[in-house]
Design a protein around this ligand. Structure first.
Ligand SMILES: *Cc1c(COP(=O)(O)O)cnc(C)c1O
Length: 357
């Protein structure tokens, strides 16, 4: 017999998702995956252990208890919320539920590298609108990129990897220009770190726009990246079909319990986020003194726009005791423990001199 399994054209030739270096290399600080350095709260770790004792049982199919807790937390109804195995899994579900062959999904570029992969597997086409020179979404250009083939637009603020945050007025004005049959996905993975003066109030926007879905995650501020849990918020008219199309039992029991415990001890998250924001202020101040133009990063990372030198920078970072994440346009460095941040500042200072900044 001859022949071999053939993958759908949308799967053959997919770009590989390049994760930040995984695992803890001894003595190397990991500044390549935008994780928070603090372990989860003791109550969260206890909840995970307790849930482990019941691992012979299926979890709640759609995580009703966690959904109710999130609804209470945000002042929404349970019908407004869908949980998923990380917000990336929700992005995947949502995009494949609205877009397919011959259709388009618009997003800014460079942005989160999962977007092109998730769009391509649906058979739809990515329409990538270049960031402004300062790494922001060019929202007017994104609105103009919407055609009759557009099914969804993704907005990421603060943007991964450039760190730029959009203002509430910018996003509100943008939404007003998008036709109501085009889904807008607002990816707020880094919302807790956003200290910009006019940060987006996504709940006000959810009340106003029936074509809006807001995505959040427990992976970043809540420090639960290893457990994989995120959630989508929107009108029941959007959430109900997505729930029907989602993987049954898609979020495991340990993740559900841990996320509930994390919501119940917000002080831990708030402390961890405050520590990151303080470190970010210190690090960004130093980078500016060194001569870097780092913009106003509002995530738990900063962006050095050094173009094709990024790979060399990331390689040299390893010899300085930390990992960084290179992209074709620049290098992204996470805010970590002060000691790791200092190592990263050491390399940034050396490069600033070499580049004559
Ligand atoms: C980290 C990140 C996420 C979160 O992904 P999870 O699947 O929830 O871990 C989503 N969007 C962006 C832009 C991110 O950087």
């Amino acid at each position: 017999m001859s022949g071999s399994v053939e993958f759908h054209a949308s799967v053959d030739g997919l770009p590989a998702y390049v994760p930040g270096a995984s695992g803890g290399s001894p003595g190397i600080f990991k500044l390549s995956s935008n994780e928070v350095p603090d372990p989860p709260a003791p109550a969260v770790i206890t909840a995970i252990a307790d849930a482990g004792a019941d691992a012979n049982r299926y979890p709640e199919m759609f995580g009703d208890t966690l959904v109710a807790a999130l609804a209470g937390h945000h002042g929404l109804e349970k019908e407004n919320i869908l949980i998923g195995n990380g917000s990336v899994s929700l992005l995947e579900l949502i995009i494949r539920s609205v877009a397919g062959a011959g259709e388009e999904v618009v997003y800014s570029w460079r942005s989160f590298e999962a977007y092109p992969i998730l769009v391509q597997v649906t058979g739809a086409e990515s329409v990538q609108v270049p960031n402004t020179p300062s790494g922001e979404h060019d929202l007017p250009a994104m609105a103009r990129a919407v055609t009759e083939r557009t099914k969804a637009v993704i907005v990421c603020t603060p943007n991964n990897p450039t760190g730029a945050a959009l203002s509430h007025a910018q996003v509100a004005e943008f939404l007003a220009q998008i036709p109501p049959h085009v889904l807008v996905l607002l990816d707020e993975a880094y919302v807790h770190f956003d200290r910009s003066a006019e940060a987006v109030d996504s709940f006000a926007l959810l009340r106003e726009y029936k074509n809006l879905i807001v995505l959040r995650t427990f992976s970043k501020a809540y420090g639960l990246a290893g457990l994989r849990v995120g959630y989508a918020m929107g009108r029941p008219r959007l959430i109900a079909p997505l729930q029907s199309a989602s993987t049954p039992f898609g979020v495991n029991a340990l993740a559900q319990r841990a996320a509930r415990a994390a919501l119940e001890s917000p002080e831990h998250m708030e402390r961890a986020v405050a520590a990151v924001v303080d470190e970010r202020t210190r690090v960004v101040g130093r980078l500016r003194e060194q001569g870097w133009d780092v913009g106003d990063p509002q995530g738990n990372f900063y962006w050095l726009p050094i173009g094709d030198k990024s790979q060399a920078y990331a390689s040299e970072a390893l010899t300085h005791g930390f990992t960084a994440r290179p992209f074709p346009e620049g290098v992204r460095v996470s805010i970590a423990e002060p000691e790791g941040n200092d190592l990263a500042l050491g390399l940034a200072g050396k490069w600033a001199k070499e580049l004559g900044l």
